[in-house]
Design a protein around this ligand. Structure first.
Ligand SMILES: NC(=O)c1ccc[n+]([C@@H]2O[C@H](COP(=O)([O-])OP(=O)(O)OC[C@H]3O[C@@H](n4cnc5c(N)ncnc54)[C@H](OP(=O)(O)O)[C@@H]3O)[C@@H](O)[C@H]2O)c1
Length: 278
């Protein structure tokens, strides 16, 4: 007689987004089953009545809170969902957080005090901010990246490395339970240098335009971002881009046993895939 053992199932929030879509791939590649938790599949962070169906029967979850992990709504939502998950027997939770973001600490604490077997993955700025989402739209549409980062250096991380770290954490038993992992790319680059690397990879003339954080907030509201959300992002950018994160960590090497992907490789591959074609 053959005994069939069930694969563990991971509920992946934000499965249609930058990190979540790669977490889906990495978790499947690690031999686990995935339950995608997005609004089109009935899961809504803003509607707690939708959570139990997404959580029930899963063994672990990847939690990303939309827009920003440092919002008050994130602390409330992550804490409440984590408590509900634990109540349903789903204890293994991995939260995507942001490195150096003081505003994210209440969200991390809400997870840690939920009774879950938690791991926090604090990530540097994503390389994919340059190829997917609003910053990428600016580069594609008018060849400019308008952003309040001055000349600060950042170790941009490829979201595929974040996803592989999450999958490794979920398949490593208790090794990373109760731990906060800081993950960065392998090299410090200013936003100006990053845009120059994208420019080199695409052959297009692209420009970085640094602006003050407050002016950027007005730029966001001009594009329809609600004022409260723009205000939070301005506060986050003002703290995150003050140089506190201008150093590397070895989180990716610690967990994956290899160096993180370099920004130049990301830019070359994304250019080849047409990421900046209009
Ligand atoms: N960008 C960075 O450099 C950086 C660095 C460190 C940490 N972070 C953190 O990363 C998180 C964002 O992750 P990401 O970039 O992977 O996301 P993203 O690409 O912005 O995607 C957002 C995802 O959230 C889902 N979503 C939006 N509203 C939802 C709702 N009400 N209920 C359920 N799902 C909802 C969307 O799915 P549907 O629309 O299909 O429902 C989508 O899959 C934030 O918490 C941010 O603080 C970002």
């Amino acid at each position: 007689m053959t005994t069939h053992t069930r694969n563990a199932t991971v509920m992946v929030t934000g499965a249609s987004g930058r990190t979540g879509s790669r977490v889906v791939q990495a978790v499947r590649a690690a031999g686990l089953d995935v339950r995608e938790a997005t609004r089109s599949r009935g899961f809504d962070w803003e509607d707690p009545a939708t959570w139990a169906d997404a959580l029930r029967g899963a063994d672990a979850a990847y939690l990303m809170y939309p827009t920003d992990v440092g919002s008050p709504a994130a602390a409330e939502g992550v804490g409440a969902l984590a408590r509900e998950a634990v109540g349903l027997g789903l204890r293994r939770l991995v939260l995507l957080s942001a490195r150096g973001e003081d505003q994210a600490l209440p969200t991390e604490e809400a997870l840690a005090s939920s009774g879950a077997d938690w791991t926090v993955v604090r990530a540097a700025w994503f390389a994919q901010n340059f190829s997917e989402g609003p910053l990428a739209d600016g580069l594609r549409e008018d060849g400019r990246l308008v952003f309040p980062a001055g000349e600060v250096a950042e170790p941009f991380i490829d979201v595929r490395d974040i996803a592989e770290v999450v999958a490794a954490v979920l398949t490593a038993g208790d090794r990373y339970t109760g731990r906060t992992l800081e993950v960065t790319g392998p090299r410090l680059l200013s936003f100006r240098q990053a845009v120059a690397e994208v420019s080199g990879a695409t052959g297009a003339e692209l420009e970085y335009v640094p602006v003050p954080a407050r002016a950027y907030g007005e730029h966001l509201t001009g594009f329809g971002v609600p004022r409260e959300e723009a205000q939070l992002l301005v506060e986050v950018f003002e703290t995150l881009l003050d140089g506190r994160n201008a150093h590397l960590t070895d989180g990716v090497r610690q967990v994956l046993g290899r160096e993180p992907r370099d920004f130049a490789d990301f830019a070359r591959e994304a250019a080849a895939a047409g990421a900046w074609k209009g």
